[in-house]
Design a protein around this ligand. Structure first.
Ligand code: ADP
Length: 477
């Protein structure tokens, strides 16, 4: 690995800053220390906010072309370093190297996309009611953005927020997850090499998330909070952000239904389920959380999935062909154990797996549970582990009702060959995104985001930059 990308200090105003306190970042597979990282508190986050606020005065006035060029230079450096960044990501987060490389490319795609979108922040001229004036609409960056991200996509969740922010002319203070600050710090290093000016990107790793969250939301210099993480923390941040009426983008938890009708292509559906469920060992907010299978094809699908799930190899993310790697921490394992136990107690059957691996205390075996029902805890909470739960159903109306019986509304998946059903379900299913006959839906050109308690705002696509822009109306006579 390129050691110059392994950073252990905070990044404030273009400087690498040491703090008195440090916290450990461990490799989830070896469970050994990778490096101790600066532990920021109120002092450092306030310095970062001031730096971002000062940098905003100049960055917001740069030309769109200048911002676009800088973002493209950053993109190029990320791609030049993709192998090292992927290895670093796997080391701190655990996911298979191939997935880590996929994440770096996926995150980088947002940077390139928003470099292009920077050039298209167009306004409008609208006719006035009396014909005597001109109504002009211009768009301006909202200001300093506080960014808080989770550990499951340590690079992409940051790229997806920083890229539109910078493209719009905003500056940022980032708080990465304590489990995975290293990918974020490496990105900051490359941003500096790409010529992104001091203070535009600031990064404050911490073991005390709430201190940073409170500082970001209580500062009148911060005009927006962009958060990806749990619904519980999202609600805390939204209520704190209300104090200064900050903009919020909230990408919160999901509880994705995956529905397979009896007219679907069964092999395709099985592929889709496997891809959607087991990516990142089940630790994504768009992973299939509840898989509804029509009773006519249920047995057939159980047989096919049994073989597929049983063949998933477990181990270190750095080994070849490994699909299932350690969960991020012991709390992740405890949650999966609790949900599987409670499902078993309520009548679910374990067909494959069902235990912590005997090879590694933080790997949960790839697991297939059948005879799950939509009201069990395991179908109501995000599992965040490699556990596939199958729920039989008999008709469209009842399955839609069950799919919608959740406060979450992020992703949903439907496999069917009936175009009329696709039209009906497009409207009836309550989620921000639906994959029809597709299990992997997220990319930089599409609007990612949820409805209900899964959040608000969209990331990626032509819609993604608007979250970072204020609209100003000019009445000109
Ligand atoms: P997860 O279960 O995925 O860790 P969290 O919502 O707990 O989800 O964490 C997502 C991000 O939110 C992480 O960076 C975490 O440190 C941060 N976080 C957790 N609690 C708070 C808080 N009270 N204020 C601000 N950020 C927080």
């Amino acid at each position: 690995m390129n050691e110059s990308l392994v950073k252990s200090r905070a990044f404030i105003n273009g400087e690498w800053v040491t703090t008195d306190k440090r916290f450990r970042v461990d490799d989830p597979f070896s469970q050994e220390l990778i490096v101790e990282v600066s532990d920021c508190g109120e002092k450092e986050v306030n310095q970062a906010i001031d730096a971002a606020h000062n940098a905003f005065q100049t960055w917001s006035k740069t030309t769109a072309q200048e911002r676009s060029d800088k973002l493209l230079a950053w993109y190029d450096l990320i791609i030049d370093n993709i192998d090292d960044l992927a290895e670093l990501l796997t080391t701190e987060q655990g996911k298979p190297l191939k997935e880590a490389k996929g994440e770096i490319q996926y995150g980088a795609n947002y940077i390139k996309w928003f470099a292009e979108e920077a050039l298209r922040i167009d306004g409008d001229i609208i006719p006035s009611p009396d014909g005597q004036k001109q109504i002009h609409v211009i768009k301006q960056p909202v200001g300093v953005v506080g960014i808080i991200t989770p550990w499951n996509f340590p690079q992409a969740m940051i790229a997806r927020k920083v890229a539109p922010a910078l493209a719009a002319g905003c500056t940022v203070v980032i708080k990465p997850a304590a489990e995975t600050p290293l990918s974020a710090l490496a990105m900051a290093e490359l941003a500096q090499q790409a010529g992104i000016p001091d203070g535009v990107i600031n990064l404050v790793p911490t073991s005390e998330a709430s201190v940073i969250g409170e500082a970001l939301t209580s500062s009148s210099k911060v005009r927006k909070i962009s958060f990806t993480g749990s619904t519980k923390v999202g609600k805390i941040l939204m209520s704190q952000a209300a104090e200064n009426v900050q903009h919020v983008t909230m990408e919160l938890g999901g509880n994705a239904p995956f529905i397979v009708f009896d007219d679907a292509d069964i092999d395709d559906a099985v592929e889709g389920i496997m891809a959607s469920k087991f990516r990142n060992s089940g630790q994504t907010c768009v992973c299939a959380n509840r898989v509804f299978i029509h009773e006519n094809i249920y047995q057939n699908i159980v047989e096919k999935l049994t073989e597929k799930v049983a063949s998933l190899k477990t181990g270190s993310g750095l080994e070849d062909d490994v699909a299932i790697t350690p969960l991020i921490n012991q709390a992740g394992i405890d949650k999966v154990k609790r949900l599987v136990q409670s499902a078993k107690d309520s009548g679910a059957k374990v067909i494959v797996g069902g235990n912590v691996s005997d090879k590694h205390n933080q790997i949960y075996e790839p697991t297939l549970l059948t005879e799950v029902s939509f009201d069990m805890d395991i179908a109501c909470e995000e599992i965040f582990g490699p556990v596939l739960t199958l729920i039989p159903f008999s008709n469209e109306e009842s399955v839609v009702e069950q799919a919608n019986a959740t406060k979450a509304g992020l992703a949903a998946y439907v496999y069917t060959d009936d175009r009329h059903r696709i039209k009906r379900l497009s409207e009836q299913i309550e989620s921000g995104m639906i994959g029809f006959n597709e299990g992997i839906i997220s990319n930089h050109m599409a609007p990612f985001g949820g409805v209900k308690e899964s959040g608000m705002g969209r990331e990626g696509s032509k819609y993604g930059i608007s979250d970072y822009l204020d609209i100003k109306y000019l009445c000109i006579k």
